[in-house]
Ligand binder design. Structure first.
Ligand code: ADQ
Length: 489
């Protein structure tokens, strides 16, 4: 990649995701304050020096007036972010409706909404129409900012229609699409009324990526069984055009976590936590409060463990940190009450006047507080019912160089494929098995903990977020070059 005068330039990468990596708060008619949210994707792309990344996405706020939109666009430009403005009705139908009420549960094997079938069918159609409309709005913004040679990387289930919209604008655009959730078995995907249209829209991309080989295989099976296309070892072929399909397991910026442990405030925090829980083993759960994370099942397994192991009752504590999400959705409200009810019952049953077995927090922790917690933990419990990858398991491992604690990990999290040899793998639906694994973890010898930790630590520190992003984008570049060569032949 060269400028007209021959000097090399970095390739531009347009990252398109539903949400921008900033939260915007309106301070006045034309004034905004912005805060960068340092998620995995942000640190992955900040670490990639080869590309000049720009973000395109929704800022998470409704901005109906033009003056406000102009001011926000200007403020975001300084952070290399470009907003897509979605009005309240579209957000309701596309984001809350089709994305979070239909695709999210379906892709995690929780099925389609089953309440009133007729109402569901009617709202399904209008939500799908809004989904397509929103994806077209994202495409319009991408198209407006696209320059020849750019790579466009679309993210997640919110934007399955986007590859098609982009290729309709410009068939030469290099388009990749990556799914952060599982892609379910084709038998689950085939229950979706818009199953074929969605698959065809994704296939418009040049490269389609998933966290694991299994998800990639499910996607290829859906294309062969539902669309009747041909699956090849490289991907899916449709009338001579190949869409490459492959696995690109995400990682974390492990150095960032290890560096944080050196910060004096974090060390102070670690000391306080150790004092606070002296004489007790610390078990930890960190999840968004979502049905897929299996929080009630995890707490019930802990109860079973306490029930069967009186010796441990005053020697172990479970810290469950659950950030509330999608709080306006009734199912999520129900989940919150259910978790509170179970925690209250168990604390009533096994607590004493001075100590309770479960500390449950309904909130997010800042980065440094989270690192300190990971570092003092003896056993981490990740019991997702389904999870695309699960980064909490990676973050825990990165912070365990001194403690060498044990990871109990759901076999239904993508991370089970990479950390399976070091973790204790469990079926989160089997509460008896999870309870037994807690006993196994607490009683594990130091040698075995060391051996298991070594395996996981090596993986987490070598398969980083930066490497993930670089691999995906370079594979996308190669895929397009190979396709052009095939056409020339
Ligand atoms: P999530 O479902 O959000 O991501 P996960 O991968 O575990 O799940 O990432 C959660 C992130 O939020 C972690 O970085 C974690 O530290 C942070 N977090 C969670 N609870 C927190 C709390 N109480 N306080 C502070 N921070 C908290 C989706 C998919 C995953 C996939 C990722 C990345 O569902 O399967 O691994 O995208 O592709």
């Amino acid at each position: 990649w060269e400028r007209p005068d021959g000097r090399p330039i970095r390739q531009r990468l347009l990252v398109v995701a539903n949400r921008l990596p900033v939260s915007a708060v309106r301070r006045g008619e034309e004034s905004w304050s912005l805060e960068i949210s340092a998620g995995g994707l942000v640190s992955a792309l900040l670490g990639v020096k080869e590309f000049e990344a720009r973000w395109i996405g929704w800022a998470g706020v409704n901005v109906p007036d033009e003056a406000g939109q102009r001011a926000l666009t200007k403020a975001l430009a300084e952070k290399r972010c470009i907003p897509v403005f979605l009005d309240e009705e579209i957000v309701h139908q596309y984001y809350n409706g089709y994305c979070n009420n239909i695709l999210w549960p379906l892709f995690h094997y929780l099925g389609l909404p089953q309440e009133d079938r007729l109402a569901t069918t009617r709202s399904f159609q209008s939500q799908f129409a809004a989904y397509k409309k929103a994806n077209q709005m994202f495409a319009d913004v991408v198209n407006e900012h696209y320059e020849e040679g750019d790579v466009v990387w679309c993210h997640d289930y919110h934007l399955m229609f986007l590859p098609k919209c982009l290729k309709d604008y410009n068939s030469q655009m290099k388009v990749g699409w990556f799914l952060h959730t599982p892609f379910p078995s084709s038998e689950i995907h085939r229950t979706l009324p818009s199953r074929s249209e969605l698959l065809r829209a994704v296939l418009a991309a040049d490269l389609v990526g998933f966290h694991t080989y299994d998800y990639a295989r499910h996607f290829v099976s859906a294309c062969t069984r539902i669309l009747g296309l041909e699956g090849t070892p490289e991907g899916v072929e449709d009338q001579g055009r190949l869409t490459r399909v492959a696995a690109f397991p995400i990682g974390i910026d492990s150095d960032r976590f290890m560096r944080a442990l050196e910060v004096p405030q974090v060390q102070e925090n670690i000391k306080e936590l150790k004092d606070r829980f002296t004489g007790r083993k610390v078990m930890l759960g960190v999840d968004r409060l979502d049905m897929i994370k299996g929080i009630p099942q995890k707490i019930l397994a802990f109860e079973k463990f306490l029930e069967e192991n009186p010796y441990w009752r005053d020697k172990v504590v479970l810290l469950q940190i659950a950030v509330p999400t999608r709080t306006d959705v009734p199912e999520y409200q129900k989940l919150t009450s259910q978790v509170h009810e179970i925690v209250g019952r168990i604390n009533g049953r096994f607590g004493t006047l001075t100590a309770v077995p479960i500390h449950h927090l309904d909130r997010s922790l800042d980065f440094h507080a989270l690192c300190a917690l990971y570092a003092v933990t003896d056993v981490a419990l990740v019991t997702s019912l389904r999870d695309g990858m699960n980064l909490v398991s990676y973050e825990f491992v990165a912070c365990q160089e001194s403690k060498k604690g044990v990871l109990i990990l759901s076999e239904f999290a993508g991370a089970a494929q990479s950390l399976g040899a070091g973790a204790i793998l469990v079926n989160p639906w089997n509460i008896t098995e999870v309870a037994a694994s807690i006993g196994q973890a607490l009683n594990m010898s130091a040698e075995e903990r060391e051996k298991r930790h070594r395996h996981n630590f090596l993986h987490v520190t070598t398969h980083t977020a930066q490497e993930w992003a670089e691999t995906f984008v370079s594979e996308l570049n190669d895929t397009v070059i190979e396709a052009q060569q095939r056409i020339r032949k």
